[in-house]
Design a protein around this ligand. Structure first.
Ligand SMILES: [Zn+2]
Length: 308
């Protein structure tokens, strides 16, 4: 029997990453390419296939590529494996990625939402190991979450579970691009940090979330205040979710998570203020250690599942 290797792919709006995993789910090869989303799906699929062919060319005689798992921005239909209408990738609307890859590679393929794949990656190979349930929170350009309940992804009735970024923290708060007000996202996302900083420091103007994090680490008071407020919002979000679902493990990923302890510590001190002691004493909130690999590992895990 040949050994079954699988490929995990994280198809992003600007860049895509692939990894080849051996039969023990260890990464043995990697590639990273620009997505060039404006060129449309055929272009990136062709280049992903070239990278996969390079992986295959390096395989030993007793190894075969057995399956491929891809994660991509939503919304998508994970059952049919179709990208539906990813916001920043208009040319990818209604792309049947699963079918295309299966036809071109002759192996089973799976497609999953990127945050959900990352949650699975954390569950099997990261900060979620040893837990049955967890919430993976992504804080970047937007804010979203993926929920794992009793070992399985919780999707909700129409696959929308986890849109916590647009739950309301302050009903009199700032208008949000979703049409509501005071959403968690208006306190935490990269663009929200930029807006808040520009308001506090009009002389500096609009700087990126990453630049604000960097300034906070160097003691800039306005930057520290904004990260602190983002952490408080995160703490309320975690406390509320924990009270609702009785989940103990919360993992934060995404670009804003790079603020690290500044963000997480502020959230940790906030959680007990907004939840029962019996909950808050059991809640653990951590930053991802897998980083961008979480989504690739989750996608590879789904590829592996396709074989059983
Ligand atoms: Zn909103």
């Amino acid at each position: 029997m040949p050994k079954d290797y699988v490929v995990g792919i994280d198809l992003g709006g600007t860049k895509s990453a692939l990894a080849l995993l051996d039969e023990n789910n260890q990464i043995v090869a990697r590639a990273r390419i620009a997505t060039e989303a404006d060129e449309g799906p055929d272009n990136i699929i062709g280049r992903l296939l070239e990278e996969i062919e390079t992986f295959k060319a390096g395989l030993a005689a007793d190894v075969r590529l057995a399956a491929v798992g891809v994660c991509a921005p939503g919304p998508l239909d994970h059952e049919q494996g179709i990208m539906l209408s990813p916001t920043n990738m208009p040319r990818f609307h209604n792309t049947p990625l699963k079918t295309i890859l299966e036809e071109r590679l002759g192996v089973p393929a799976r497609l999953e939402h990127d945050a959900k794949a990352a949650a699975l990656g954390e569950l099997y190979a990261g900060e979620g190991q040893g837990f049955n349930s967890l919430v993976y929170i992504v804080i970047g350009t937007g804010v979203g979450a993926a929920i794992i309940l009793n070992g399985d992804l919780y999707r909700g009735e129409k696959n929308f579970a986890g849109e916590i970024g647009h739950a309301t923290l302050d009903r009199y708060g700032e208008p949000c691009h979703c049409g509501s007000r005071g959403c968690f996202e208006t306190f935490m996302s990269g663009p929200s940090l930029t807006k808040r900083y520009a308001r506090l420091c009009p002389d500096v103007g609009q700087i990126s979330g990453a630049a604000i994090t960097e300034r906070a680490k160097h003691g800039d008071e306005a930057a520290l205040q904004i990260i602190h407020e983002a952490g408080e919002a995160l703490g309320v979000m975690v406390a509320t979710t924990a009270m609702m679902l009785d989940i103990e493990r919360f993992i934060v990923g995404g670009s804003v998570a790079k603020a690290g302890d500044l963000l997480i510590n502020s959230a940790r001190t906030t959680i007990p203020k907004y939840s029962f002691k019996s909950f808050s004493s059991r809640i653990s909130l951590v930053s991802t250690k897998l980083g961008e690999d979480a989504a690739i590992l989750g996608a590879a895990h789904l590829a592996r599942q396709a074989l059983s």
